[in-house]
Design a protein around this ligand. Structure first.
Ligand SMILES: [Zn+2]
Length: 382
């Protein structure tokens, strides 16, 4: 099969052996697969990412010297069942899944595994017990968005919000948008969101943000203050009285950090009012530094979150199916396998893109010609 393979730090479109389903596994055709920020980070530093995975004990453990096929935000179609399966869904049924699988006696994160190919390939293996049939009427791209939406849904659920709190979402990439969508579903109001990119600010508004800020022009914290303290009361930013009752009439602040770049948490610690809770959703892979005294003086709470449960994944797919979340405006590009490398580069520019999906059957002239010379059935013919 054709695949976009991460090989020695580069992405090559090449032919690799078809995966063969083992016990409990299902061979599926990858119809559409989203490119995620974690793919970009791993591409930029596969060795560092692998070392971090091992040190933190996460299933994103792989050997950077071996081939890896990215792609964990998937919409697929059942081709064939392996041994020890029930086969309850017919071949041809569209399915998705939480991106984990089992091979060699351990759990793998699909798309970050040398043994289980991700969705940037024509075919992949999913676990039968984890399959979710795609609800009627959803496009492949909408299904792909269930995975990133789950990340935000998990974050807002983990936050344990009270409706009195006024959320501030820092960063409106796919994760920030998912958080905004989740906040909206939970009835939080108003929602303040900040991003430097006009495209992402537009998307934030369409996902449900009530107040959208360009941090270049206005401090997101000042903007939050205007919304949360509508009467313009002059209150001390810090100080003994700020710890306790002086802020009783101000609605509490909860910040969702969805940038994942060094320095952002410190900016938040400095900018927010006392007693703020910070939910860190962005994944910063480098060393970051904070001055704890800001958080100490403001008696703040920091909570870090990651991923989602299988139930949250199903719920997110339902949110899209029922129209509670309109993910369509988030898809800003579509590429075939040969466009993956360029898409990785294009996604570096947040002014132009939010989510690009890979459609493995979308071939360019080069691949079609190669397929013919290789005498293999081109994906376009399927
Ligand atoms: Zn993802």
């Amino acid at each position: 099969m054709w695949a976009a393979v991460l090989r020695k730090g580069n992405i090559e479109v090449t032919q690799v052996p078809d995966p063969v389903p083992g016990p409990g596994q299902v061979l599926v055709k990858s119809l559409s697969c989203g490119i995620c920020g974690s793919d970009l980070h791993t591409f930029q530093g596969a060795t560092g990412a692998a070392v971090m995975a091992r040190r933190t004990g996460s299933p994103f453990d792989f050997d950077p010297e071996r081939d890896l096929i990215f792609g964990h935000e998937v919409c697929t179609e059942i081709l064939e069942y392996g041994p020890e399966t029930q086969g309850s869904l017919k071949p041809g049924t569209r399915v998705t899944s939480v991106p984990v699988g089992f091979a060699g006696g351990r759990m793998h994160a699909i798309g970050f595994s040398n043994d289980l190919p991700g969705g940037f390939a024509e075919r992949m293996l999913l676990t039968e017990s984890l399959l979710i049939e795609v609800p009627e009427g959803l496009s492949n791209e909408q299904v792909v968005c269930a995975e990133p939406m789950s990340v935000g849904w998990h974050a807002v659920k983990e936050a344990g919000l009270s409706t009195d709190e006024v959320p501030l979402v820092m960063g409106c990439g796919p994760v920030g948008l998912a958080v905004i969508a989740g906040l909206k579903i939970l009835g939080m109001h108003p929602i303040v969101a900040a991003d430097f990119s006009p495209l992402r600010r537009r998307l934030a508004a369409s996902f449900g943000a009530d107040v959208v800020v360009d941090p270049k022009d206005v401090s997101p914290f000042k903007q939050w203050d205007e919304v949360a303290v509508p009467n313009g009361r002059a209150l001390p930013a810090m100080g003994y009285e700020a710890f306790y009752s002086a802020y009783a009439s101000r609605r509490p602040c909860v910040v969702f950090e969805c940038v994942g770049a060094p320095g952002v948490i410190q900016q938040i610690l400095e900018g927010v009012p006392p007693n703020t809770r910070v939910i860190v959703v962005g994944v910063c892979l480098t060393v970051d530094s904070i001055q704890p005294v800001f958080a100490v003086n403001k008696m703040m709470t920091l909570k870090f979150v990651l991923g989602y449960t299988p139930d949250e994944f199903r719920e997110s797919l339902q949110h899209i199916a029922s129209g509670k979340i309109n993910v369509r405006p988030m898809i800003t590009g579509r590429v075939g396998l040969s466009g993956v490398l360029q898409a990785f580069q294009d996604l570096q520019n947040p002014m132009q893109h939010a989510k690009i999906v890979v459609e493995p059957k979308r071939q360019n002239w080069y691949e079609r010609t190669l397929s013919r010379f290789a005498g293999v059935g081109a994906a376009e013919s399927r």
